[in-house]
Design a protein around this ligand. Structure first.
Ligand code: TYD
Length: 130
């Protein structure tokens, strides 16, 4: 699967509020081994700046807006904007990403692997030459 936005159903109403659900091998295309979240990222900071050798992720902006600029090994660049809690960005392995956050953004990530620093490319040239 290539990088893409997965739209998650929402259950509820504007009167009562909503719930959305992520389930492994149903609307998430892998088994979920790890969940992490980031918050209070200043608006002028660009995070990311890495790619993964093996990791797959589905990433949500549960609050606020998060913009992903991605590039694959062949040089294909894309922009994905997470601006609603029903939108999840699927990222397969080997996708370089830079990430920008609105002031109120909370990022939630579902990950296919446990944390392992050796899974990261933090050098763009090394990623491209891999
Ligand atoms: P990193 O993945 O580089 O964050 P971002 O892409 O948002 O800039 O991780 C930031 C730091 O947190 C880095 O020192 C590694 C650490 N970290 C963990 O220890 N465990 C984890 O599951 C994650 C995602 C990061």
């Amino acid at each position: 699967m290539k990088p893409q936005i997965i739209t998650f159903d929402n259950i509820g109403s504007s009167a009562l509020g909503y719930i959305s659900v992520a389930e492994e091998q149903k609307n998430v295309p892998f088994d979920i081994k790890r969940v992490y979240w980031t918050y209070y990222t200043p608006q002028d900071v660009i995070r990311g700046g890495h790619a993964h050798k093996k990791l797959q992720q589905v990433i949500f902006a549960v609050s606020g807006t998060i913009t992903f600029n991605t590039e694959d090994k062949e040089g294909k660049k894309e922009t994905f904007i997470l601006d609603h809690p029903t939108k999840g960005l699927y990222l397969p392995k080997l996708i370089w990403r830079d990430i920008k956050f609105s002031h109120n953004a909370v990022l939630l990530c579902l990950a296919s692997e446990l944390y392992e620093e050796s899974d990261y490319f933090r050098d763009f040239a090394e990623f491209k030459n891999y």
